[in-house]
Design a protein around this ligand. Structure first.
Ligand SMILES: NC(=O)C1=CN([C@@H]2O[C@H](COP(=O)(O)OP(=O)(O)OC[C@H]3O[C@@H](n4cnc5c(N)ncnc54)[C@H](O)[C@@H]3O)[C@@H](O)[C@H]2O)C=CC1
Ligand SMILES: O=C(CO)COP(=O)(O)O
Length: 416
């Protein structure tokens, strides 16, 4: 590992290279350069490898060049063009971002891992990493989603932390990636609250397998007892204090507020995607801004109620109302997010949203659709679908059981 005298530096890997993943790589790479005593100067970015042909409208397309017309590895294109032409076209990446298609190799010396994958891929990727990471590494989850199984629900940060046996915080906010990539001002919320770690505690021989990992259910909130098994950061590394974590993410155009509420930050990011679908459905009907505001109001109330009901020891109402990861993210997502835009187009054209996602997003993934299914399956298992009429309506629209036109009746409070 790179050292400065006795002081070691943190190596950072971005696990993911989509629209937000590539944007995070850019801003983190700028920050490691700005703080050379804290961070190693190279930022690895894990790329889910695929073959990509340079589009004809790309500034890198050269009609005279043979390679321009042939599919090439995305990681190779990123490293030679310093641009992710598929997922973040038109944005130059700093030269210290190194795309790496080999997952274990990309994290091999990382003391900080930033997870930015669509949430459905997190469990499989973590299982591939188990036992291959620096045991005292820490993670920040920028993914928006939840992890639901028949046993219960857990946050994506918990899914990562438990699978890899490391501490994992969360970053979420009103953050449309393309705007941040263009360095337009925005703010975000980072939740980072590692438990005190006992460096004398025995280190587990490897990360627990999925079957050994306890799920969080309403009756069993965040199992912080596991903190005794986490490994402390060796003293030769700069502490991963709030101040140093902030230095990793804060940019003049990307303002960071740090809080302790990992559950609130994670849930805000996950649940707003369902609300954005509802906003898209009513907008696609041509119903205007008042209708959008109505579903946003009901959705925010359901988001807060969900946090209270299932993460009562952790999620704070103030996180939803006061921080970028709550109401502010609902607003931006219902104006310009992909979930909103695809739901709107699906309603307006009569196509299914899954078709629109395939046709319009060029490989980018919606998170609201699968989250609506996952949240519904969890609510149904608790017999609580009726308490969350907007979340339930979105699920039923996706399933074709009801129509977007029925949203007003479906979310109207029922007389007791
Ligand atoms: N794009 C945005 O504006 C923002 C996105 N987010 C969240 O960040 C997370 C990641 O989203 P994006 O970076 O935008 O991704 P994206 O939706 O732009 O791209 C999809 C990514 O998934 C990868 N992928 C496809 N199949 C895979 C597989 N089998 N295993 C692993 N990876 C695979 C693709 O290579 C690509 O990198 C999501 O949870 C999203 O909600 C959060 C804030 C803003
Ligand atoms: O999370 C986002 C903005 O904060 C992006 O939302 P979409 O995935 O709907 O584009």
């Amino acid at each position: 590992m790179a050292t400065l005298g006795a002081q070691k530096k943190h190596k950072v890997t971005i696990v993911g290279s989509g629209n937000w993943g590539t944007t995070m790589s850019k801003l983190v790479a700028e920050n490691v350069e700005a703080h050379p005593t804290l961070f190693d100067q190279t930022v690895q970015m894990w790329v889910y490898e695929e073959d990509v042909t340079i589009p004809k409208d790309s500034r890198h397309f050269d009609p005279g060049s043979e390679t321009s017309n042939k599919p090439q590895k995305l990681s190779h294109l990123i490293n030679t063009l310093h641009e992710n032409i598929k997922y973040l076209p038109g944005i130059t990446l700093p030269p210290n971002v190194v795309a790496n298609p080999d997952l274990p190799d990309s994290v091999k010396e990382a003391t900080i891992m930033v997870f930015v994958l669509p949430h459905q891929f997190i469990p499989r990727v973590c299982d591939q990493l188990a036992g291959k990471i620096v045991p005292f590494a820490r993670a920040i989850c920028c993914t928006k989603g939840v992890d639901v199984s028949e046993k219960g629900i857990r946050l994506m940060s918990e899914a990562i932390g438990m699978r890899l046996n490391i501490y994992c915080g969360a970053l979420s906010g009103a953050n449309i990636a393309s705007e941040i990539a263009q360095e337009k001002y925005s703010e975000t919320t980072v939740a980072y609250d590692p438990p005190p770690m006992d460096s004398r505690a025995p280190t587990p021989s490897g990360s627990p397998t999925s079957s050994q990992v306890d799920l969080i259910s309403p009756s069993k909130p965040n199992p912080s007892a596991r903190s005794a098994r986490l490994k402390a950061l060796p003293a030769e590394y700069p502490p991963l204090s709030h101040e140093n974590v902030r230095k990793l993410f804060h940019r003049p155009y990307f303002h960071v507020r740090i809080v302790d509420d990992v559950a609130g930050v994670s849930l805000g990011g996950a649940l707003k995607n369902i609300i954005a679908l509802a906003a898209g459905f009513v907008d696609g009907l041509g119903w205007g801004d008042n209708a959008k505001a109505a579903v946003m109001r009901v959705g925010i109330l359901e988001m807060v109620a969900f946090g209270k009901a299932f993460f009562e020891d952790s999620a704070k109402t103030s996180t939803f109302t006061e921080e970028s990861c709550g109401v502010a993210d609902v607003i931006t997502s219902c104006m310009g997010g992909r979930n909103f835009k695809c739901a709107k187009k699906a309603t307006a054209t009569g196509k299914s949203i899954f078709e629109v996602e395939q046709e319009d997003l060029n490989g980018q993934k919606l998170q609201g659709t699968s989250t609506a299914y996952e949240v519904n399956s969890f609510l149904r298992s608790q017999g609580l679908e009726a308490d969350y009429p907007l979340f339930t309506a979105v699920y039923n629209i996706l399933e074709g059981n009801v129509k977007p036109e029925q949203i007003p009746q479906l979310i109207e409070p029922k007389a007791k």
